[in-house]
Write a protein that binds this ligand. Structure first.
Ligand SMILES: NC(=O)c1ccc[n+]([C@@H]2O[C@H](COP(=O)([O-])OP(=O)(O)OC[C@H]3O[C@@H](n4cnc5c(N)ncnc54)[C@H](OP(=O)(O)O)[C@@H]3O)[C@@H](O)[C@H]2O)c1
Length: 316
């Protein structure tokens, strides 16, 4: 697989990475053995960048990823994240208090079973802790040799700039797909400062995979029931968009998920999508997107079909 460089500090990774959230939370029940097989298939096919987070099962996702990659840890890079906790009702909230970061990053090292984390992200901006202070604590881990590169996720362009002034930021992880274009607001700051973009939910949380079902058919703990693309007033219009995108993909001998990932690779040479799948064959299908070339006409056609991404509002 071709390599891409995230940031100006030398982090080279395969152009398609692997996102492991679904192995622990978000998309209904998982089979751990199948998830481990999926992660190892990704490695066999050239993926070198594997993404997780403390909040993916409060350490369980990190443990599973650590088990899966143990035989080839030295050949790959691992990213994890701190900074999201839950309140007493179970609602997610930001937590980047310095003493909290110092504790949970050491927990992540233990959960992953590694001596160092290649890329450490703040998972979510915390309005109670200035980003300069957060990055200062992250830098302590770099100085101690426990973390190699720093990143931010779910933040603003202004925070990226402020963080980078304290310590070089290697990657921004943000949602980006044919359905969700908000990441484009970061392009100017990323290009000015030379920061990579790791695009999460590149398949629009599965909407762009070719297999999509209505909201009420998901498991009770499946995040997708809360996402507007699945809202009953938007669902059919979004399915129609995917049908038209699938026709274009098939005209090129590709699948919808491959078209969605190739679109991201074509947008900028500093973008690395991290699709998630717990199934080895679906992982292989996604990785083959690296071989799909989209022409200028294909890109224009995609913009014609989904000019504003997925439909999230009332359709009337
Ligand atoms: N920083 C953040 O706040 C944040 C937020 C969300 C995600 N992320 C990261 O980004 C990664 C990817 O995002 P994501 O998992 O939300 O969404 P995604 O990659 O857009 O989609 C994942 C969903 O698509 C399905 N899928 C994947 N490939 C498929 C294929 N070829 N055919 C049919 N179905 C397919 C998966 O199901 P199966 O598993 O059953 O195949 C899963 O339900 C995560 O794993 C996580 O590492 C980060």
């Amino acid at each position: 697989m071709q390599q891409r460089t995230l940031g100006r500090q030398g982090l080279a990774v395969g152009q398609i990475g692997y996102g492991s959230m679904g192995t622990a939370i978000g998309y209904g029940p998982s089979d751990d053995q199948e998830s481990i097989a999926a992660i190892r298939r990704a490695h066999d096919l050239g993926v070198t960048h594997f993404d997780t987070a403390r909040m993916y099962g409060w350490g369980e996702g990190e443990k599973l990823l650590g088990t899966a990659i143990a035989p080839f840890r030295d050949e790959i890079t691992i990213a994890t994240k701190f900074g999201i906790e839950t309140d007493t009702t179970g609602a997610f909230l930001p937590d980047s208090r310095p003493e909290h970061i110092r504790k949970v990053v050491d927990d992540s090292l233990r959960n992953l079973g590694v001596d160092s984390i290649d890329l450490l992200y703040q998972h979510l901006h915390d309005p109670d802790v200035p980003v300069e202070e957060v990055v200062g604590v992250m830098q302590e881990f770099v100085d101690a040799g426990k973390v190699k590169y720093l990143g931010l996720s779910n933040t603003t362009p202004e925070n990226v700039r402020r963080a980078h002034a304290v310590h070089p930021i290697t990657a921004l992880q943000t949602e980006y797909s044919i359905f969700e274009r908000g990441a484009e607001a970061f392009f100017p700051v990323l290009e000015e400062l030379g920061i990579g973009l790791v695009s999460y939910s590149p398949l629009a949380r599965g909407f762009l995979s070719g297999v999509v079902k209505p909201r009420d058919q998901h498991a009770a703990d499946d995040f997708r029931q809360f996402i507007p693309w699945w809202a009953p007033e938007n669902f059919d219009a979004n399915v129609e968009i995917t049908h038209r995108l699938t026709e274009l993909a098939e005209s090129k001998g590709a699948s919808l998920s491959q078209l969605a990932l190739a679109w991201l690779l074509a947008r900028k040479d500093y973008i690395v999508p991290i699709p998630g799948s717990r199934n080895p064959d679906r992982v292989a299908q996604n990785i083959a997107a690296a071989e799909l070339d989209l022409t200028a006409d294909d890109l224009a056609r995609i913009d014609q079909i989904a000019p504003n991404g997925g439909i999230t509002g009332p359709t009337a």
